[in-house]
Each structure stands twice: as C-alpha cells, then as structure tokens.
Design a protein around this ligand. Structure first.
Ligand SMILES: [Zn+2]
Length: 242
C-alpha cells in the first residue's frame, strides 16, 4: 500500500518574487475545505510570519491537520551564520508553538546545510522534509543528526501540469510519496511574475489537487501527515520491522 503525505509550504505569494498574501486569504481556506471534506489531514508548514498574520488558519491547521514550520520569514538558511539560523528558527518555533505541538520542518528553497541539522534537533523538531528527489537527493527515508528525513518526491510544477500528463507520474512515484503545494498556487497569479509563479495556478490547481486525492483514494492509499509518518516509522523500528 502506498502512503501519501500532502505538504503545504505556507508562505507569502511566490517568495521572493511577490509579497502579497492572496494565497493565504483566498487559496488556503479552499485547500483546507477540500481536504476536510475528503477526511484527509495535510501537513501545513507555516512561516512564523504567516502564523502571526493569519492565526485563524494556524489554529485550523492544528485542529484538523498538522502545523509545522517553514522558517521565520522564508529566509535562505544556507546564507545565514549558525547563530542567526538558531535565532530565527527558535523565534519561528516560539510563535508556532503557541498554537500547538510542532515537530515537522522544511527549509525554504530546499536549502538547509547538513551541519545545521543539530540545531533542528536541539530545538525539538523530529522530522525534516527539506531533501528533495527533484533536486537530486538520491536517498530514501533516513536519519540525519537524530532527525527523521522524509524527502520530498516532486516539485509543485508537476502537480500543476494538465491532469492527463501528470497522472503517469503519480503511478510511478515510490512510497512514501511526499507532495509539496503552496497557498498561492490556488489563486490565479499575475503573469508579470516569472512563469513558475503563475503557470497552472488558480482554479486549475484546486481541480488537480482534487483529482490527485481521488486518484490515490481509488488505489487505497493511506494519507498521513509528516508527524504521523514519524510515529509510524518509530513504531515499526521498535518492533524490528525496519
Ligand atoms: Zn517556501
């Protein structure tokens, strides 16, 4: 049976190319409506800033899904010194922890140097999903500096392709399949931005997400959050099944 983890990097619109928050205002509520209607829990990795600005959405993520962390303000951690990385992550964590327990993390732009992983561990994170197969990561699920690494499977460019084209990919992805979406993909973004910020955005993206869910439900896939995957992994490890 295939396991599917739907993750959402919850940030301002297509950072750093825009600074509006239409995805938060109009897109994310539609996504949460869809998942809740299907009885599926998503993993919503918020920046600290977005949780401060949209506390009702962060509360809804805790209540019906999983709330995780996507940095403080979508910073490039690979360009920051260690002390600054720790300061920003701890600030983001402090904000997000006001809403509920935080265990999952993904760095913005898939950039998080290996030598910084112990900082995540120190701050209490348990699972990371920054490594990405579409960025050349060859490993599967593994442990890095005491964190469980659950690599992302595919870029959101794929999930915005016409359904007939993208469907062939979904059949071939290996378990566990970790998808990445963003709130701004579910509103029609301006064509003045670079193409990957607007191609396939809007109603089309929501329809594709709906089809994706139906497709995996028809294969009896198990939908779970990053935190749930972590606990399932630990249980299998204890039972000696890994
Ligand atoms: Zn991001």
């Amino acid at each position: 049976m295939v396991r599917v983890i739907l993750t959402f990097d919850v940030e301002q619109d297509c950072p750093p190319f825009a600074s509006s928050t239409r995805g938060m205002e109009e897109g994310l509520p539609l996504v949460m409506d869809l998942l809740e209607d299907k009885g599926i829990r998503g993993t919503f990795l918020f920046t600290g800033r977005m949780a401060e600005e949209f506390p009702e959405l962060a509360k809804r993520a805790v209540k019906n899904h999983e709330l995780g962390c996507h940095g403080f303000e979508h910073e490039r951690f690979d360009r920051l010194p260690r002390d600054e990385v720790r300061r920003r992550l701890s600030e983001a964590r402090e904000i997000l922890s006001r809403f509920g327990e935080i265990v999952s993390f993904r760095a913005p732009n898939f950039q998080f140097p290996d030598e910084y992983y112990p900082i995540l561990k120190e701050l209490g994170f348990l699972v990371d999903s920054t490594k990405a197969k579409h960025k050349g990561w060859k490993g599967g699920v593994s442990e890095i500096s005491g964190l469980l690494e659950v690599p992302a499977t595919t870029t959101s460019i794929v999930t915005r392709l016409p359904w007939t084209l993208q469907k062939t990919f979904h059949k071939r992805f290996e378990d566990p399949i970790v998808y990445i979406f963003h709130p701004w993909e579910f509103v029609r973004m301006s064509r003045r931005l670079r193409p990957d910020c607007w191609v396939g955005t809007g109603k089309n993206a929501l329809e594709n997400l709906h089809r994706l869910i139906e497709f995996h439900l028809s294969r009896d896939a198990e939908f779970l959050t990053l935190g749930e995957f972590y606990h399932e992994y630990q249980k299998l490890k204890r039972e000696g099944e890994l």
